[in-house]
Ligand binder design. Sequence first.
Ligand SMILES: Cc1cc2nc3c(=O)[nH]c(=O)nc-3n(C[C@H](O)[C@H](O)[C@H](O)COP(=O)(O)O)c2cc1C
Length: 183
Amino acid sequence: MDTYRCIVSKKDLRTFTDTPIADDVLRKILNGGRMSGSSRNRQPWRFVVVRNRERLAALARFGRFAQHVATAAAAVAIVVDDAANAFDAGRCAQNMMLTGWNFGVASCPATPHQHDEAKRFLEIPQGKTVPIIVSFGYPRAAGRGPIERTALRILAGRGRRPLDAMVFWERHGNAKLMNHRVC
Ligand SMILES: Cc1cc2nc3c(=O)[nH]c(=O)nc-3n(C[C@H](O)[C@H](O)[C@H](O)COP(=O)(O)O)c2cc1C
């Protein structure tokens, strides 16, 4: 898939089919994360991959909006040293999600609000943090499913604000309109 098309067509989907993700595709997704740039090239991340259905269901209970983890073919917990690595973790998560989408695998992040419980469950060492868990799986042909109907009402499905509402030229506040349409 063309990179730009991959970026602009990526939606966070939360209901997945039962189809497992082949090992070579999952490996590519993880490698997409591995290849991310990071501050001083520290690569402060570790990835904990969960594929066991019962463990996915248990993991889903550690976030207020993490129900989709239970239906995923695989979930990847991104483990970093501390909050200072949040930008690195975000780059890593997005690279994994875009790699997945390139191979037709949908995804959605989940915030583990019960962070300490999630850490215990995943046996994450002391001093590390899990800012985000990403669900991966194949999207349903019927489109968004029952989880989206709940989640979308609360936090998603709002589309994006127009480019001209967020881009300023030279100085914040200088909102000169662009003279071409972005599609
Ligand atoms: C840091 C972060 C945390 C998120 N946490 C959750 C979450 O806990 N549960 C969830 O369903 N979606 C979560 N999302 C997904 C957002 O709701 C989603 O990116 C946003 O609604 C845009 O969705 P769209 O790309 O499908 O339009 C999270 C996204 C980010 C960036």
